[in-house]
Design a protein around this ligand. Structure first.
Ligand code: MN
Length: 467
């Protein structure tokens, strides 16, 4: 089936499988990539929201609960998909036909009831399992009568090698993936703009979350890519804050980190804006600082650049900005060597984005995350290449858990103007996050439409408040 972008989605998924098989380079044996099963909510007859394992979804192009993508080194790929029986069809419907699933996958799809016999014919062969490895424990739910009876020689190390290959392939997005990520970014844009217009003093974080998410869904989102973060005032300092009934107060900032998911692909965008119509005083200074750091990081992002270097440059610039504002004292590079800026910017510059919000393959093989506060939460450590999608999301926060820690206050006694910091403990925080596609020439911001300049945000706030 031809898509609007002039490519054939099923053929692109077939290409992914061909690349994986080539790089796996197996002479014999079997690889299983189960999607995962529906997970019951304990004590009820309900299930958690289903999310197919991204490795299955990447290689199969679909993500049916209980689906298994199977590979035989000699015969190639087969997709097994559960078919509901009559009783299940009464309650949950027929579901997609085998033919439809197979067409989307670019493969012949077989009923899951045939998986047992397919495995039986390969009894005792070397076996690797990627994606969801629950099949050895819950075989009957995948339609396999007895796992132990198959006498497979499962090889953990080999499974890990094959997983790593898939994670590496997933870094550079193909045209179908990029089309979905653009759709997700467009839906996210609609939600954020609605939020920026509708926020006001007296509205709760939960109410704003609903206004934003309803636009995601109206624009085609299947789910939110992650739990939306909406924090007003001091709550904006909590990096992954779950919205509450707390109402926004006059003069506060609102931080919204929320993204739509379409076709399994995530968008991840953060905007920070005033409850009123203007960023005031220190809000304005700190917003300009974070916006400058973010803009320069995006400008530097291009093929060959180490993501870690972008993060370190952003750390030095954040330190310099905090020195200029009188919150830190000393010299920026020396402060970063001692991790002083991490008191205010305690997370990484961003991460890979795709079938997961924190997508696979973020660290080059062999690179071990550092324990240093500046690097501890850096989720991407690799040279950027065309087709990679990363987030770039610096921030500055006043986090009580760090700034009231007596050990940290002692360690950074001379580096921080503690009196000023103590006056800002209820400030909250500022984060600005965009989704960035690395291109041959540099970078394209997929979320560029969503306003972030001071002027654009203030104008939208005036419009929204009718001011
Ligand atoms: Mn993010």
């Amino acid at each position: 089936m031809q898509d609007g972008g002039g490519f054939d989605p099923a053929a692109l998924v077939a290409e992914r499988r061909a690349r994986a098989a080539e790089r796996w380079n197996l002479d014999r044996g079997v690889v299983l990539a189960p999607a995962g099963l529906m997970l019951p909510i304990a004590g009820t007859d309900q299930f958690h929201e289903y999310h197919a394992h991204p490795e299955h979804r990447y290689l199969a192009g679909v993500g049916q609960p209980g689906g298994v993508l199977a590979f035989d080194a000699g015969e190639g790929w087969t997709l097994f998909v559960p078919q509901p029986d009559a009783a299940e069809r009464v309650w949950t419907g027929d579901g997609p036909s085998l033919a439809a699933v197979g067409e989307a996958a670019g493969l012949e799809a077989r009923p899951a009831s045939e998986l047992g016999a397919w495995l039986e014919r390969r009894r005792g062969e070397p076996l690797a399992i990627i994606a969801n490895d629950d099949i050895t424990l819950r075989a009957t739910e995948y339609g396999v009568e007895s796992w132990a009876g198959l006498e497979f020689a499962t090889d953990e190390e080999e499974s890990e090698r094959l997983r790593t290959v898939v994670a590496e392939l997933r870094r550079a997005k193909d045209p179908r993936e990029l089309a979905l990520m653009r759709e997700a970014a467009a839906a996210t844009h609609r939600g954020h703009v609605a939020g920026i217009r509708k926020a006001r003093a007296g509205m709760s974080e939960r109410a704003l979350q609903i206004e934003i998410e309803v636009e995601f869904f109206r624009a085609g989102a299947e789910r939110t890519a992650y739990g939306s973060i909406v924090g007003g005032g001091p709550n904006a300092a909590t990096l992954h804050f779950s919205p509450t009934a707390r109402e926004f107060g006059e003069g506060e900032l609102i931080l919204v980190d929320a993204g739509a998911e379409i076709g399994g692909y995530a968008s991840d965008v953060t905007r920070t804006y005033p409850v009123g119509t203007r960023f005031e005083g220190i809000q304005r200074d700190l917003y300009e600082l974070v916006l400058g750091v973010q803009g320069r990081a995006i400008d530097r992002a291009r093929p060959g650049v180490e993501y870690r270097d972008l993060h370190l440059a952003a750390s030095v610039e954040t330190a310099q900005g905090l020195i200029d504002l009188g919150l830190l004292r000393g010299e920026a590079e020396g402060l970063v060597e001692r991790d002083a800026q991490a008191l205010f910017f305690p997370h990484g510059l961003g991460h890979m984005l795709g079938l997961a919000t924190h997508d696979a393959g973020g660290c080059l093989e062999g690179r071990v995350p550092s324990e240093r506060p500046t690097l501890r939460y850096l989720r991407a450590d690799l040279p950027l290449q065309p087709g990679y999608v990363v987030t770039i999301e610096p921030g500055v926060y006043f986090i009580r858990a760090l700034l009231e820690d007596p050990d940290l206050r002692r360690r950074y006694r001379d580096d921080v103007d503690w009196e000023r910091v103590d006056g800002l403990l209820d400030f909250g925080g500022i984060r600005i996050e965009d989704d960035v596609l690395i291109t041959e020439e540099g970078a394209e911001v997929l979320s560029a439409a969503t306003p972030k300049s001071l002027e654009a945000l203030e104008e939208l706030r005036r419009e929204g408040l009718g001011a």
